[in-house]
Design a protein. Sequence first.
Length: 302
Amino acid sequence: MKRSDFFQFTNGPKIPLPFSDKEYENRLKGLRKIISENNLDAVILTSLQNIAYYSGFLYCSFGRPYACVVTAERNVVVSANIDAGQPGRRCYGENLIYTDWKRDNYFKAIISLVGKVKKIGIEKDHLTIERHQNLKDSLGNPEIIDIASSTMLQRMIKSEEEITLIKSGAKIADIGGEALVKEIKIGASEIDIAMAGRDAMEKAIAKYHPNSELRDTWVWFQSGINTDGAHNPVTTRKLKRGDILSLNTFPMISGYYTALERTLFVGEVDDASMKAWEANVKVHRHGLKLIKPGVKCSEVTA
């Protein structure tokens, strides 16, 4: 029985992406400028952020690699067979699926798109040493240029469409925060409070972004001693009077990070905590006054 190493497959029409076709074309135009300036034959993107940025597809790796191969003429998402038609429905451009029947079919799929190239661009900060070597060997030992920083600089400048989505995310973060506050009471557990905020945000995302995938949205809600680390996971700890609380809501709409972060207390605030909080607020407000075009982050924090 002949089993394909890779193939193309369409299962249903394209689903509206987070941004317009014009937006994705502008992004690809910027990437192709990077390709031209570095005399590259192709760029092979592998990170979650870059594949999503240039194609609209947000992958879930589950032990398998993904790619977005961009040349002067084409942009193709390379995805795993286990995802079937979903990447094709949710990407701007073409989709090529590789199978698990043979080892390194992922690289065979990429070779089919670019051939034996002389010079390619990759994300060195994302590829493992093993995968970097496999890619180099598979493509005939081409010259490899790191374009990770160049793509990051492009992503840093937000378009009007991105700003609109981010503002929506900020509003939905507020919805999650409001739901959390309503559940705060002595004896309530961190997990029960956190779930209320997460559920409220997912309902809001479903309402205001009906074509999006409901994924990755979460809440960090820590209490008492659990607030000593910014990224401490939610636990079953029950709230006590006087506890300091750290409220953090993250509605991840199409991979875009927005956050609401607030400090609260159960009941009354002790004098020492209030003094520290007021000092933080004073610094925060002063920092806002310093932010303007041309100023470095290091100058603001100094």
